[in-house]
Design a protein around this ligand. Structure first.
Ligand code: THU
Length: 137
């Protein structure tokens, strides 16, 4: 199994960049490409609440807009408004967007700390998803 300690640590670091004045919930993500590059992201909230972008999508959009298409894993770290870290699973919108690019081996690392994280297969995070295959792409 891949050692995800570094990817976990980068998600924890990215969390410090969160712009979350409304929820106070800080999230960081680190997306590992098949070529070894890593793109980080944080949540960026908006006074028009639904316009908020989650950490996972920030990382994904940064990567895709730089030309990346193949990914190995994403790590996600979240802290409650008080600052306490807890396991934070991707929201439904992020699961759907990641599904666009998630291959069979894609893994999701849910990080409480650099040394305390859970590794999930993509199929556990989004079973029976609707994706490019369904549209013949
Ligand atoms: N959030 C993320 O960035 N990722 C998740 O996986 C769950 C939720 C953000 C969105 C919003 O800024 C805050 O956490 C509270 O929902």
């Amino acid at each position: 199994m891949i050692n995800y300690k570094r990817l976990a640590a980068l998600a924890v670091e990215a969390k410090d960049r969160a712009y979350a004045p409304y929820s106070g919930f800080h999230v960081g993500a680190a997306l590992l490409c098949e070529n070894g590059k890593i793109y980080i992201g944080c949540n960026v909230e908006s006074a028009a609440y639904p316009a908020t972008v989650c950490a996972e999508r920030t990382a994904l959009l940064k990567a895709v807009s730089e030309g990346e298409r193949k990914f190995k894993a994403i790590s996600v770290a979240g802290s409650r408004p008080g600052g306490e870290s807890d396991y934070c699973y991707p929201c439904g919108v992020c699961r759907q967007m990641l599904h666009e690019f998630a291959g069979d081996d894609f893994e999701v690392i849910i990080v409480k700390s650099e040394s305390d994280y859970r590794v999930h297969k993509w199929s556990e995070i989004l079973p029976y998803g609707f994706g490019p295959n369904d549209l013949g792409v």
